[in-house]
Design a protein around this ligand. Sequence first.
Ligand code: FRU
Length: 477
Amino acid sequence: MLKDAEEIRPLHERIIKSDYRQHYHIQSVTGLLNDPNGFVFHDGVWHLFYQWCPWGAVHGLKYWYHTVSTDLVTWQNKGVCIRPDTLYDNKGAYSGSALPTEEHLYLYYTGNHRDENWVRKPYTCIADLREKKVAHKLPPLFGPNDDYTEHQRDPKIIHNKQDGKYYIILGAQTKDKKGCCIIYKSDSPTEGWSFAGQLKVPGFEDFGDMWECPSIETISGYDVLIFCPQHLLIQGRGDSIHHSGYLLGHMDWESLTFTPDNTSFHVLDFGFDSYAAECAANPDDKNKATLIAWMGLPDASYPTDEEDWSGCLTLPRELRVRDRRLIQQPLDGLRELRGRKIDLETTDVLPRVCEVELISRGGDLTMRLFAKSDGTGGLTVTYNDSTKEITVDRSGMSKRFNTGWGEERTRHLPKGLFHMRFFIDRSSIEIFVNDGDAVFSSRVFPTDGEDRIIIEGDASLHLWELKRAVEESFIDD
Ligand code: FRU
């Protein structure tokens, strides 16, 4: 247990010297970051927490670390918010969500309890961030459900305005090892919870063996079931077995049935590193929401593990529905980060922190980023106009990792390719295709000399350096 944040100050001071620390992404202050949690707007401020293991790049004892923003672009570290310091969360304060009320900001999370025989018993816990700093824990809402395996976690709190009730959705696993969601219900956010039933999702009764981080959002009148099915293969995703995606459809809270409007599970992000996406409702506009995800995967390792830190979040994205699909676009506020504009007629050097915009005039295209000065290597983005497929291949980078799940990701673009925006930070790249048709988020760890940008094809390119938006600051505990 972290008694005093000073214990990890030396680690923080060492890791912030890393060449791979980012300038405009939320990243672990020390140790490991995984899922975003409790993303919500409250009292004029966006709150965002992340799963955090303070001591090193391992999935050890998890805390909630707190960050805040007023514009979703610049973020400030607030410090430790939930510590695993009770019997109920003795082996970690796992993922969850937040509910703002007039006077409270309630945080719902999974207390990962293990007994003396190392048997896991997940508790659904609640804390109140009333002091706006360290959360005050209330009694747990309920314990494990014996009709499911020990895998029950990641409470998503929903206040259903139609029947006035509160619902908690948990990711779970049935005893015959099928992924599902289970639902609890109450008249009050803090007490009186009872089991309501298993969520019925016709057509998805056998879809992976565990569903992590589920939520149901409503955007533009559509209900969206977002979840992470595990241990299944999905076309275009190589040998990856962890996915973050969604179904669009209709939720009937009375019968606890989510009816998808077609049979496809849509992947949220086509890149290599994206998981546990979390959505924040927009306070003023029901037609959009904001999505953020962990730019990483479970059971994976990253080159900075040996520096004792790993993990960052994706950029928050604006989420809308178009043509019965979710589209994700960079937030408008990111344009404020644009600094010096670089003329690609005079240089082919790619800054380590930048944005590239590409407008295609049609036809095939090949783009190499982080190539060597002789034009070889790098991350290659290829668009094939006859198949209308875009492919991202990171096998040309000298630091390769998680290669067992494949080094190529492909996405079909029914309308062809016309526009791309690349957001490059010191160890990541996010590619937004065609105003939100597809997003590819990936970690990349360029070494000295992997710093060129090369393009073959008919397109115009714009390149800006980007300013810093997330300061390195220690936990003022
Ligand atoms: C997803 C996850 C969640 C869990 C958390 C623990 O990455 O496994 O299901 O609550 O991470 O850190």
